[in-house]
Design a protein around this ligand. Structure first.
Ligand SMILES: [Fe+2]
Ligand SMILES: [Fe+2]
Length: 483
C-alpha cells in the first residue's frame, strides 16, 4: 500500500507509511511492540489501565479532520505511525545543502547526528508519561483526567514515531536505540532519561499544567525546528506530531488559567483584596497567585535548560548540515546559511547580564530559546488579562533567563527573577520566595483530593469553557468504576 492520507488499520501497527509492503520494518516494530506494552503497563498511568477513557485517535492525516473520539482502554489504544503528506518538490531549505532535493534516505555523513537528535527527542516522550503516571489518582475532574490520559497516549505515540525512524533508517544501532528508549526511566539514579527537566517530579496537577505549558512548548519548538529538516521523513513525522502537541499546550494553558480563575473568584467572593495575603487565600481552598508564580518560575527555568548552551558548535553543525533548522525557517528573510550574520546572545560580563553579538550560526540555540520565550510570554499575557478582568491586582511574569539555570551562560551563577546576580548566601536566604518551598508543596498536595463525580470539579479549579468533542459538562470522560 502506498503512502496515504488515511491510516491503514489492517496491520497491528496503524500507519500511513505502507508498512504492509515493508515487511522488514513491520517485523522489527512488531518485535518492539511487546516491550512497549510492558513499559506502558508498568510505567504508564497507574491504576486506570482497565478504565474506558474517551480518547481521540488519529484516523487520517487530513488537517480538516484527523481524529475520531471514542471510549478506549488505554492499553488498547492504537498507537500508530503517521507522517504528514509528502511534498514532491520539497528541498533542503537551509545550510550548505540549501536548494538540494530533500533527502529520502539518511545521508551517510549525517547519520550519527540524525540518530542522536531522534533519540534525544524520542527519550522525552516516554519520560513525561513516567513523570505523570500517578496523577490520575488525584485528578480534579473526569475532564482533566481524560486530558491527562490523552496527553499520555499521544506521548506514547510520539515514541512510536521516533522508533519508526530508528527502525527504518538506522539498522542495527537504530534497533538498539529503540530498546534503550524503553530501558531508561525518569528520575532513575542509574539509568535516567537524557534531559534534566524530564527527570524532575510532577508531584501535583498545578505542576502538570505548568509542565504542559512550559515543557511541552519546548517540545513544540524542538519539533518545529526538526520539521525543517532536510531529512524528509523526520520533517514529515514532526509535522504530524505538532498537530497533537497543540492540544498538550492547550491543556497546560487552560489548566493554569482555570486555577487562576477559581482563585480570583474565591478572593472576590470572600472580599480579599490583597493577593499576597497567602494565608487568607489558602483558607478558601484555592492556590494563591504568588505560589502559581513560583511554580511558573520553576518550570520555565527548567525548560530553558532544554535549549542547551546559548553558543553551541553542535547546534551550528546541525544547522549547516541541514538536519535541524530554526523556528519557522522558511518564513525568515535571510540567506538561510548564516555564514556572516550575527545574533545577540545574553551573557554574563563582569557580574552583569549583557547582550553580545555572536556568529548567528553558533547562536542557533539562543535564537530558538528567544522564540520560545516570546511564545511563553503570549500565554502569560493571556493569564494576566484574565486576572485583570476579575479586578484582582496581580500580574504573573516570566523570570529572567539567568534565574535558576543549570546549563549555559548562567549555569553557574545565582540570579534573582529580575536577573540580578546574587551571592550564594543571598540566594539561599531568598530562594523560597521564588521557587516552591516544601510548605508550598505540602499545601498544594493538601488540595489534591480526587474529584471524579460527573460534572464536578475540585475546589481549586474552575470548569472549562467547553467540553472535549463538544460534550456536555456532566459527560463521563472516564469510566473510573471499571478501573
Ligand atoms: Fe510529544
Ligand atoms: Fe506533548
Amino acid at each position: 500500500m502506498p503512502e496515504t492520507t488515511t491510516v491503514d488499520y489492517s496491520t497491528k501497527i496503524p500507519n500511513n507509511v505502507g508498512l504492509m509492503d515493508d515487511q522488514r520494518v513491520l517485523k522489527a516494530l512488531e518485535q518492539w511492540h511487546p516491550g512497549y506494552i510492558d513499559w506502558w503497563m508498568t510505567m504508564g498511568p497507574a491504576g486506570f489501565q482497565t478504565a474506558d477513557v474517551y480518547l481521540r485517535t488519529a484516523v487520517s492525516i487530513d488537517p480538516k479532520g484527523w481524529a475520531k473520539f471514542d471510549y478506549v482502554k488505554m492499553p488498547e489504544y492504537r498507537w500508530g505511525i503517521l507522517l504528514a503528506p509528502r511534498q514532491e518538490d520539497r528541498q533542503v531549505n537551509f545550510g550548505t545543502h540549501k536548494g538540494d532535493k530533500a533527502w529520502q534516505e539518511v545521508p551517510g555523513e549525517y547519520r550519527a547526528m540524525l540518530r542522536r537528535l531522534i533519540v534525544i527527542q524520542g527519550d522525552t516522550e516516554p519520560a513525561s508519561v513516567e513523570q505523570q503516571r500517578h496523577l490520575g489518582k488525584t485528578a480534579p475532574s473526569l475532564y482533566d483526567m481524560r486530558n491527562l490520559f490523552q496527553v499520555n497516549v499521544e506521548e506514547g505515540r510520539h515514541l512510536w514515531a521516533m522508533v519508526y525512524l530508528l527502525q527504518k533508517y538506522f539498522g542495527k544501532d537504530g534497533r538498539e536505540e529503540a530498546e534503550g528508549l524503553l530501558q531508561r526511566r525518569s528520575g532513575d539514579a542509574d539509568k535516567p532519561r537524557m534531559l534534566g527537566a524530564f527527570n524532575e517530579e510532577t508531584p501535583d496537577w498545578l505542576s502538570f499544567f505548568m509542565f504542559t505549558f512550559f515543557t511541552d512548548r519546548d517540545g513544540k519548538m524542538q519539533l518545529e525546528s526538526l520539521a525543517q529538516s532536510g531529512f524528509d521523513p523526520l520533517s514529515r513525522t514532526c509535522r504530524f506530531m505538532l498537530t497533537e502537541e497543540a492540544h498538550h499546550m492547550f491543556v497546560g494553558e487552560t489548566g493554569v488559567g482555570r486555577a487562576i480563575e477559581r482563585t480570583c473568584k474565591a478572593m472576590q467572593e470572600a472580599g480579599i483584596e490583597d493577593p499576597n495575603d497567602i494565608a487568607a487565600v489558602r483558607k478558601l481552598g484555592v492556590i494563591d497567585l504568588p505560589t502559581m508564580q513560583k511554580k511558573a518560575n520553576l518550570h520555565f527555568s527548567l525548560s530553558l535548560d532544554l535549549f542547551g548552551s546559548e553558543v553551541s558548535t553542535n547546534a551550528a553543525n546541525y544547522y549547516s548540515s541541514g538536519v535541524k533548522g530554526r523556528f519557522q525557517e522558511t518564513r525568515i528573510e535571510d540567506d538561510h546559511q548564516l555564514m556572516s550574520a550575527t545574533y545577540p546572545v545574553s551573557k554574563l560580563v563582569d557580574g552583569k547580564v549583557k547582550m553580545m553579538d555572536e556568529p548567528a550560526l553558533t547562536a542557533i540555540n539562543m535564537r530558538l530559546r528567544d522564540d520560545y520565550v516570546a511564545d511563553c510570554a503570549k500565554g502569560v499575557e493571556r493569564w494576566n488579562k484574565a486576572i485583570e478582568k476579575t479586578g484582582v491586582k496581580f500580574k504573573l511574569a516570566l523570570p529572567h533567563v539567568a534565574f535558576h539555570r543549570g546549563i549555559g551562560e548562567f549555569g553557574n551563577v545565582k540570579a534573582s527573577p529580575e536577573g540580578e546576580v546574587l551571592s550564594e548566601a543571598e540566594w539561599a536566604r531568598r530562594k523560597d520566595q521564588w521557587l516552591p518551598s516544601k510548605a508550598d508543596g505540602d499545601f498544594i498536595a493538601s488540595l489534591m483530593a480526587p474529584c471524579w463525580e460527573r460534572g464536578k470539579f475540585a475546589s481549586w479549579i474552575a470548569p472549562p469553557k467547553a467540553g472535549i468533542d463538544n460534550k456536555p459538562g456532566d459527560f463521563e470522560y472516564v469510566k473510573v468504576h471499571q478501573a
